[in-house]
Design a protein around this ligand. Structure first.
Ligand code: MN
Length: 313
């Protein structure tokens, strides 16, 4: 890097601004449901405090329950459920039960510990299309009491280019009622055919884009499907365009200042905490039970190698 005695910081900001990096998503499954996982991947663990991004669907079904995730525990994170179509029933160990649909959001703050199940409800549209995201809780908040928030309809910014639905944090002056504990944004950009949309960004944030459907270009570069497109800090706008129309997920936040350890459904700081949380679940302690779910709960997998922590930043 060149050292410029007058404006080293400006130079570095410009260098960051020009950069878009691609991180391929990987395929995995959640029960019988096929998933594309865009976070964490090998080379990218976090975007702001966002530490997990699973994409499922779009799919149609005539019988069964494509979403059937039996009771399982979480610590140290928030789950954010966002649907494009269909419905998911949330049931948890603090007695909350709610159905999320397209346009609404579920935010579950695991804090010190919660268990939940997520299923396709008996009455459904026969379609499922959505994402699940996790947000790492900062150290000062990660032991808080568990809570759950159902948002029937998140705020929408309507522009000529399309609709921006803000499910988490703030974008361009519009703020979601979702309770979060770090500066962040989570939004769904729906672009009309032949639209050009300039998204205003917080320059203190890093951002990631994930194309949910359609075609998307940034600065005449095509941003493909099945990858997280990463933008570093220092950007104030994101010029996007589409030919056929597109649906795009935007996540961002101030780079998370703490090093986390992720394993299974836990976000912690040390391997010992993971081992203790796993033991508590296996011994039926601490997390409570999900009364509404019929069937067996999930067992923790054997303790293997813990996911490597994010590089301290
Ligand atoms: Mn979960």
């Amino acid at each position: 890097m060149q050292i410029d005695p007058v404006g080293a910081e400006i130079c570095s900001a410009v260098a960051e601004e020009a950069t878009v990096q691609q991180f391929p998503a990987r395929s995995t499954s959640l029960g019988s449901l096929e998933i594309r996982r865009a976070l964490p991947v090998r080379e990218k663990r976090l975007v702001g405090p966002w530490c997990f991004l699973d994409r499922y669907g779009p799919l149609s079904f005539t019988e069964g329950r494509p979403m059937d995730v039996a009771p399982h525990p979480h610590i140290g994170l928030q789950t954010v459920s966002w649907l494009l179509d269909g419905e998911v029933l949330h049931q948890d160990s603090i007695g909350q039960e709610a159905i999320v649909r397209a346009g609404g959001a579920h935010i579950m703050t695991a804090g010190d510990g919660i268990a939940h199940a997520e299923t396709t409800p008996a009455e459904n549209r026969g379609r499922l299309d959505g994402v699940q995201l996790w947000v790492a809780l900062p150290d000062a908040e990660r032991h808080r009491e568990a809570s759950f928030q159902h948002i029937a309809e998140v705020p929408v910014l309507e522009t000529e280019a399309g609709m921006i639905r803000i499910f988490s944090g703030s974008l361009d002056g519009t703020t979601s009622p979702a309770a979060h504990f770090s500066p962040l944004v989570g939004a769904d950009l729906e672009l009309r055919p032949n639209a050009r949309l300039v998204v205003r960004l917080d320059r203190a944030f890093e951002h990631g884009l994930f194309v949910l459907s359609g075609d998307l270009s940034f600065d005449r570069r095509v941003l493909g499907h099945d990858a997280l497109h990463y933008f570093g800090r220092g950007r104030t706008e994101l010029p996007l365009s589409t030919a056929q129309g597109a649906r795009v997920l935007l996540v961002g936040g101030v780079p998370f200042p703490e090093t986390i350890v992720m394993w299974w459904n836990f976000v912690a700081r040390t391997p010992e905490e993971i081992v203790e949380a796993r033991r508590a679940w296996e011994e039926g302690r601490h997390f409570g039970s999900v009364e509404g779910y019929r069937g067996l709960r999930l067992e923790a997998p054997p303790l293997g190698r813990l996911a490597r922590p994010n590089p301290a930043s």
